[in-house]
Ligand binder design. Sequence first.
Ligand SMILES: CC(C)(COP(=O)(O)OP(=O)(O)OC[C@H]1O[C@@H](n2cnc3c(N)ncnc32)[C@H](O)[C@@H]1OP(=O)(O)O)[C@@H](O)C(=O)NCCC(=O)NCCS
Length: 152
Amino acid sequence: MISFEMLSDKNVVDVWMLEKRCFIDPWTIKMFTDELDNKISVYIVARDDQTNSIVAYGGMWLIYDCADITNIAVAPEYRREGLGGRILELLEKIASEHNMTALSLEVRESNLPAIALYQKYGFLKNGLRKGYYKDNENAVLMTKNLKSSDNQ
Ligand SMILES: CC(C)(COP(=O)(O)OP(=O)(O)OC[C@H]1O[C@@H](n2cnc3c(N)ncnc32)[C@H](O)[C@@H]1OP(=O)(O)O)[C@@H](O)C(=O)NCCC(=O)NCCS
């Protein structure tokens, strides 16, 4: 079974190890430990209870009324099982509870699996940042509007 927990000093090194397996330009361990003290950060971490290993994580910054998804990653051997989607849904739920009006993110133009994931969960492409990444690849901007919990 997969269980979910928040990023903490107990799992931060394992999250970073997972990050290194998932990205060509991974965050450093300091970037993750800094997030532990960042008041606008929310990070959800997925653990496989059988192996007691960290298998996915996703995070966002709550900035004014918009949540900016910083990262989402699933261990290669756990992909296409709905885990990325479950993390996205949990982030959206927390963003709504904080009265965010939208979720936004940047994704590499070549990252078709991630773009497909975001589209499946209602994100729309709404811009392009040319040469956004260190290797000069473009970033696609994607946004999903959220209903304010005041209106529900
Ligand atoms: C992108 C990523 C997080 C998806 O995680 P996942 O757990 O495999 O995603 P899910 O199983 O929840 O997939 C949900 C939907 O996303 C789309 N999708 C996911 N992977 C896909 C792939 N390789 N090809 C095409 N569509 C894909 C599909 O629409 C899928 O729905 P379906 O399985 O019903 O067809 C994962 O591939 C990953 O960690 N990639 C490396 C890190 C990364 O690029 N993160 C995004 C940074 S912006």
